[in-house]
Structure formats: structure tokens, C-alpha cells
Design a protein around this ligand. Structure first.
Ligand code: RIB
Ligand code: CA
Length: 320
């Protein structure tokens, strides 16, 4: 008897990597997506909304998309179109699905969903944490009402990807990241983990190109083309990392997670060169309760097999 699917609420700033994460969740029998909420992040907000709807529709998933915060709590931010392309899906895809958004404000939807299902819902946070911080302000017991909180963000003992010191999600809304990390029990998938254990190289892309009848493989190549070109130019080779997908993959298959550790983790919310920097105390400095579970390593081979199965066969479950 297989265990009941994990019920998730996915908060996203849907660009290409978020889209792959949505596809994993939407095509695995081990996941039930309760709802999707959109936060300000990668690209223009309404593009993110459409990208999420388009992606779910690609696999006939009818999960409702709810619109959340259109800007970070306090800071101004820039988009990441240099990685994701204009519009967020590689620069040539600008879907207009005509699908209605959910009526509720995304933050209210998060609060009311976890209140109605205490202990049942896992928050999967793939965007700047604005919506989650606002939900926590509205419902101070949020941490007790959720099952778990999985977050893609930050850079634990690793260089930043948006600035020298910060990862994009935490740079966009450092105030929200600080609030969530200091008040919730987060399982953290940081940028360093993504670089170490979720990178795909040219052979992966060639394999996908050889499959000329897979819509999801074509979509992946379309979504990643700007990032791959950026990495060819700036980082020495055509590769992509899959930060958001690794979070969902770990929820589908917990054995993907190899090593974890608990630390006190917070974020520098001040403007300046260290805005959004992830501050980690493993216990040496007694900065606070080591409540954040930091994922240190993933089974990168299993992850690649899951992604290959998704893109070529339409679900990651075939390799599990
Ligand atoms: O730094 C990577 C993260 O920022 C990913 O979630 C990407 O989609 C962007 O939101
Ligand atoms: Ca994201």
C-alpha cells in the first residue's frame, strides 16, 4: 500500500526552473498540489502568473493559481531575465492561457488553507519569501499549522548567484527571508547545494535533443536556453542547475537527500553589499536556536534520472 500523496502548496516566481519544479509536482503520484501562489521575483509578476498556468496546463493539471505579493516587503528588486530570458521561459514564450486566477489573494489563500488542514500541508517555497512572511504575520501560528516548510534560497558557505554575497530569492526580499528563517522550522535547499548536486551538462541536453517527440524535453530546452548561453559565456560551459526542481524532487523521493545538518540561519536584511547574505551559525557563536535543517547533499544521479524520466516519459515516478 503506497503512502498517501504529500499535500503541497507551492509558492513560486515562475520562470524556467520553477516551471520544471511545477511539472515534477504535477506529474508525480506522490504529490497532491493544493494550490500555487505567485510572489514577486524572477520576471514581471503577470508573466509569472501566466507561466505557472501555462506550465500546469502543459500536463493537464488544473490546480488554481493565486496571485500574491507583487513586490517585496520593503526593498526594490530587479528581475533575473539575464538567466531566464524576457518573460522567464527562455525569451520567446509569452503564454496567454486565458485561465482565471483564484479569487483569493495568495497570502490569504496560504493562511486559510493551512488553517483548514492543520498539520497536513507542506509549504514549498521556490520564490522570494514575501508571501510566506505576510502569511506568518497574518497567522502567527503558521509554523505549527503546516506539516513542513521546504525553501529554495540562500547560499550556505557558498558565493552568491545574484550578487557576490547573496542568492537571488534571499536578495530580492531579505526582510521576508529573515522573518521566515527566524520564526519557522525550514528545510533549506541553498544555492551551493544546487551547484554541487543538480547541475546538468551538455550530454544531458544532447540526450534531450535526440528525443524529437517529447514536448517536455523541448520545453526544458526552451526554458534553459538563455541560462545555458549565459553560463557558456560567464561560467565556462553550457550547464544548468535545477534549484527549484531539487526541492520538489526531494519531496517526491526523500531518499534523494543524503546529508543534512541543523544550524541557526538568518539573513542580512540591510541594504548594501551584503544585502540578502545568508548568515549561518552551526553552534559556535550561539547566535540562536539551530532550527534550520540545511540540506548538505543530494543523490545527484537519482536526481538526474528523475528529471530525465519527467522530460522523456512525462513523470519522475518511473525511476522510483
Ligand atoms: O537563486 C535561484 C532561485 O531564484 C530560483 O528559485 C530561481 O527561480 C529564482 O527564483
Ligand atoms: Ca524560483
Amino acid at each position: 500500500m503506497s503512502p498517501a500523496p504529500r499535500r503541497v502548496l507551492i509558492d513560486t516566481d515562475t520562470a524556467g526552473d520553477d516551471a520544471q519544479a511545477l511539472l515534477l509536482a504535477a506529474t508525480s503520484d506522490r504529490i497532491d498540489i493544493e494550490g500555487v501562489t505567485i510572489a514577486a521575483g524572477n520576471v514581471e509578476f503577470d508573466r509569472q502568473v501566466e507561466n505557472a498556468k501555462y506550465t500546469l496546463d502543459l500536463v493537464d493539471n488544473e490546480t488554481t493559481v493565486y496571485e500574491g505579493a507583487r513586490s517585496p516587503l520593503l526593498k526594490d528588486h530587479e528581475f533575473a531575465e539575464q538567466i531566464h530570458g524576457e518573460g522567464g521561459l527562455g525569451g520567446d514564450l509569452f503564454p496567454e492561457t486565458g485561465i482565471e486566477s483564484g479569487e483569493q489573494y495568495g497570502v490569504d489563500y496560504i493562511v486559510e488553507t493551512v488553517r483548514a488542514n492543520p498539520g497536513e500541508i507542506t509549504l514549498v517555497c521556490l520564490a522570494p519569501l514575501t508571501n510566506v512572511a505576510l502569511a506568518l504575520k497574518k497567522e502567527p501560528a503558521l509554523n505549527d499549522l503546516v506539516d513542513e516548510v521546504y525553501v529554495m534560497g540562500g547560499n550556505v558557505h557558498w558565493p552568491g548567484n545574484d550578487t557576490a554575497t547573496a542568492e537571488f530569492n534571499f536578495w530580492v526580499d531579505p526582510d521576508a527571508a529573515k522573518i521566515v528563517l527566524e520564526h519557522m522550522d525550514v528545510t533549506l535547499f541553498d544555492w551551493g547545494l544546487s551547484v554541487r548536486d543538480t547541475a546538468f551538462e551538455s550530454a544531458f541536453f544532447s540526450m534531450l535533443r535526440a528525443e524529437d517527440d517529447s514536448a517536455l524535453a523541448d520545453f526544458y530546452l526552451e526554458c534553459t536556453k538563455v541560462g545555458r548561453a549565459y553560463n557558456r559565456e560567464h561560467r565556462g560551459g553550457e550547464r544548468t542547475v535545477q534549484p527549484d526542481s531539487s526541492v520538489v524532487a526531494a519531496l517526491i523521493e526523500p531518499d534523494l537527500v543524503e546529508e543534512t545538518s541543523h544550524s541557526y540561519v538568518t539573513v542580512d536584511e540591510r541594504e548594501g553589499i551584503t544585502r540578502g547574505h545568508t548568515v549561518v551559525d552551526t553552534g559556535e557563536w550561539d547566535l540562536g536556536e539551530p532550527r534550520t535543517r540545511v540540506v548538505e547533499s543530494l543523490d545527484s544521479d537519482l536526481f538526474e534520472r528523475m528529471m530525465r524520466s519527467l522530460l522523456l516519459h512525462g513523470t519522475p515516478d518511473d525511476v522510483l
